[in-house]
Design a protein around this ligand. Structure first.
Ligand code: PMP
Length: 398
């Protein structure tokens, strides 16, 4: 009996992938050409599965800020925020995030995953109820597992189900933390935030919104679904990431409660990991400034692309997520082999999308998850539609 025996099923799936010559879960970007193109398998390929919503990964101002920090402050902080890894840049970014969201408190983390781990493992105390949308991201589930709160799942985007579950908690509902996402990463659908806020208010509970996929994408100023829904005063915590619209890596939490600052010193995922390098922090600060100053233009381009792709695929009869979004998911059947074949054909046609298989999908079907960027040209979006059009028969049979 080997310690590796339990990975047998994964190993055989990987062997199947290797027969195709490319593993969909380990695609190598051999050369990055731009925010929307790369060389994959020796071929020039349109990147249609990044989270580079505003296309800022090649923004000259962000690159210049990163380079200057690298040269002036070195390659890394070599320590955690509490020990020796808080640089002036970390604090400046926290201030800028707090100002952007109009909140008194902000904390920067090394990744978005770690932000959820830190907050969700620490804020709810022993047996405090945490009400999670069933389709929550793995980092939200993992944060809860690391902590001592009691996880109660409610049906995806179903405020009535949330209401029923809070009602059953009696007085405990007032210390409950409700967790939803602005845009859900798999199907691109948005939380019914006004309805959720109404339920939250009814029970006096707390609400956390993960805006990982909606920062920069929704809201007049790009602050996310909370801004778009006009409920900023009712949302207690916003978590987000620098790895999508801001084109870098890192995470944050902001709150309308100044007491968030007290939580900083209790979060193991904050305390026991190295802080982000100066280059990352400085490029993120500039990306946030670009989002503030030119976010409107970039958002308009992003949404034009989203409508173009959604409509194009809808006209071809594909089964898509419930609403237009920069995440456009084509739903396939349950056959992993068939889904893999279609994904591979798309790649051979120069279009790289994300292949998502159950259990990572919300409905047990395989998904081809496309995501758009403000940096895509309309011609690139048309090329994505054409690649799918060529595979219509296979998708229908899948
Ligand atoms: N929350 C959500 C909803 C996400 O989709 C992701 C990443 N896909 C994260 C958190 C984690 O962010 P990061 O990749 O920056 O760690």
């Amino acid at each position: 009996m080997s310690i590796f025996d339990k990975f047998g099923a994964i190993a055989s799936l990987r062997d199947d992938f290797m027969e195709l010559g490319v593993n969909p879960f380990n695609v190598v970007i051999e050369e990055v050409l731009s925010a929307t193109e790369a060389v994959v398998n020796g071929r020039r390929t349109i990147l249609a599965g990044t989270n580079n919503y505003l296309g800022l990964t090649f923004d000259e101002r962000c690159i210049a800020a990163g380079k200057a920090a690298l040269e002036g402050q070195g390659t890394g902080t070599t320590g955690s925020r509490m020990a020796n890894g808080t640089y002036a840049g970390h604090l400046a970014l926290e201030e800028e995030l707090a100002e952007f969201f109009g909140c008194p408190a902000a904390i920067v983390f090394s990744t978005g995953y770690i932000a959820n781990l830190g907050i969700l493992s620490t804020l709810p105390g022993p047996r405090d109820p945490i009400l999670l949308d069933a389709d929550s991201h793995a980092s939200i589930y993992d944060g809860c597992r690391l902590g001592t709160g009691e996880v109660i799942r409610f049906r995806h985007n179903d405020a009535a189900d949330l209401d029923r579950r809070l009602a059953r908690l009696g007085e405990r509902a007032a210390s409950a933390l409700i967790v939803v996402e602005g845009i859900y990463s798999m199907l691109g659908d948005q939380a019914p935030l006004q309805e959720i806020v109404a339920v939250k208010k009814k029970y006096g509970a707390y609400l956390l919104v993960d805006e990982a996929h909606s920062l920069g994408v929704l809201g007049e100023h790009g602050r996310g679904l909370v801004e778009q829904a006009g409920v900023a005063d009712e949302v207690d915590f916003i978590v987000g990431t620098f790895s999508k619209s801001l084109g870098a890596i890192g995470g944050f939490c902001v709150s309308r409660w100044a007491e968030l600052e007290h939580v900083r010193y209790a979060m193991r995922p904050y305390i026991f990991t190295a802080s982000s390098s100066p280059a990352i922090i400085e490029s993120t600060r500039v990306a946030l400034a670009v989002l503030k100053d030119q976010g409107g233009e970039l958002r308009a381009r992003l949404w034009d692309n989203a409508h173009r792709l959604y409509l194009g695929l809808q006209r071809l009869g594909f089964s898509l997520g419930p609403e237009t979004s920069p995440v456009v998911a084509v739903s396939l059947g349950r056959s992993k082999e068939a889904a893999l074949g279609i994904w591979h054909e798309l790649l051979a046609r120069g279009v790289y999308v994300n292949l998502v298989m159950p259990p990572a999908t919300p409905n047990s079907n395989c998904l081809l998850r496309c995501s758009l960027s403000a940096a895509h040209t309309p011609e690139q979006v048309d090329a994505i539609v054409e690649a799918f059009a060529a595979l219509q028969t296979q998708v229908a049979a899948c």
